[in-house]
Design a protein around this ligand. Structure first.
Ligand code: SF4
Length: 363
């Protein structure tokens, strides 16, 4: 099998699962305008934006020689539930022979889940598979924690780009050197030390701005299609925290007895949404409220074009914003979006947050 996967956020995590199990891995290229153009060309016009980018990404990986796609499934009212079948048919109609292995929730079809694991396990023992999964779980937490530090401290770096450069070095080391749990832990510790050594300016607490980024999982996690928003906001002097990352997604999908669920956040959303409508809108609504009570100054809500769940979130955010006195800026993303179109809005939003904070200090 020559395995590929959707390009979304910390791709090193998916790469390592397959590499450590001895599979040949074809990493899809980071999504570019070419990827988006390919996806748009072969997708139904009103498919949601992530559907199109992922399709483009699959085509690029298949052109590089991949023959198997491993991905997650979905259910409920959001479109992720039929993504894979429509992707499969589109790719076949384009002449690609591809096997798509879809991991749905273990609670949905336990038999299929184990059959998929069996395929990925190959000739490895179950003990080896468990060891690889645990190593990669730790890797996901390590990478996400280091990235969180970067996104929070970048606002204060003395030389622009220094945190990004160090983080890229650390990621490269994970790529090349991480084979065992001990490697992951060692590179993580060394990465922490490298980030601590990045020169920063001292900023008084009262002048710091904290922004939470919520929204649909793909656009929150994937910087190549969200205008690199975490870095843009960092360069505007804001600490950034994203509500979604791969380690949180894994934790939230573990059985309850692991004690990692996001039930507190979901509970907070219930006053606005009594039922689940697909996607991550309950997490988004709950996260906005949580961020407010953690002392954040504002929220950026990312919404892909043609995404029903996020359209619903968008319609509720003015009410949440009024009830909890926290500014929320929604940005819709599609193949036409670019930072040039949105930078002025982001700068104006930051100015609004600064003046709100200043007036609060004076009052
Ligand atoms: S949450 Fe929205 S963008 Fe994401 S798969 Fe569902 S419909 Fe598409």
């Amino acid at each position: 099998m020559k395995i590929t996967f959707p390009y979304m956020g910390s791709t090193i995590v998916y790469y390592k699962i397959f590499e450590l199990l001895g599979h040949q891995v074809i990493e899809p290229p980071r999504p570019s305008q070419h990827t988006i153009n390919l996806g748009v060309k072969y997708s139904p016009e009103f498919a949601c934006f992530p559907y199109k980018v992922i399709l483009g990404s699959y085509i690029e990986a298949l052109e590089l020689g991949a023959d198997t796609i491993v991905t997650s499934g979905g259910n409920g009212p959001c479109r992720a539930g039929y993504y894979n079948e429509v992707h499969r048919r589109t790719l076949q109609s384009l002449g690609y022979e591809v096997n798509i292995i879809v991991f749905n929730s273990i609670f949905e079809d336990i038999g299929q889940f184990w059959r998929n694991l069996w395929l990925l396990k190959g000739k490895n023992s179950w003990a080896k598979l468990a060891g690889v999964l645990f190593t990669v779980y730790r890797l996901a937490h390590a990478v996400d924690h280091l990235q969180t530090i970067v996104e929070q401290k970048r606002a204060y770096e003395l030389k622009r780009g220094s945190f990004t450069k160090v983080f890229e070095e650390i990621t490269e080391r994970f790529h090349k050197e991480a084979k065992t749990l001990a490697d992951v832990d060692r590179i993580y510790r060394e990465g922490l030390a490298m980030l601590t050594a990045v020169p920063r300016k001292d900023v008084p607490e009262a002048q710091k701005l904290r922004i939470g980024i919520v929204g649909e999982i793909f656009v929150v996690m994937e910087s190549s299609i969200n205008m690199n928003i975490a870095e843009v906001m960092g360069n505007l002097g804001c600490e950034v925290t994203r509500s979604m990352c791969i380690s949180k997604w894994v934790d939230h999908n573990l059985p309850n007895f692991f004690g990692k669920s996001n039930s507190k956040i979901i509970k907070a959303s219930r006053q606005y949404m009594e039922i689940e409508i697909g996607g991550h809108e309950n997490e988004n609504v709950g996260s906005i409220i949580e961020y407010k009570y953690l002392g954040f100054d504002g929220i950026i809500h990312l919404m892909p074009f043609a995404c029903l769940p996020e359209l619903v979130t968008q319609s509720i955010t003015p009410q949440i914003s009024r009830d909890h006195n926290i500014p929320v800026l929604t940005l819709a993303l599609d193949e036409q979006s670019g930072i040039a179109n949105n930078l002025t809005r982001l700068e104006a939003f930051v100015e609004l947050l600064r003046s709100k904070k200043l007036h609060k200090e004076i009052a």
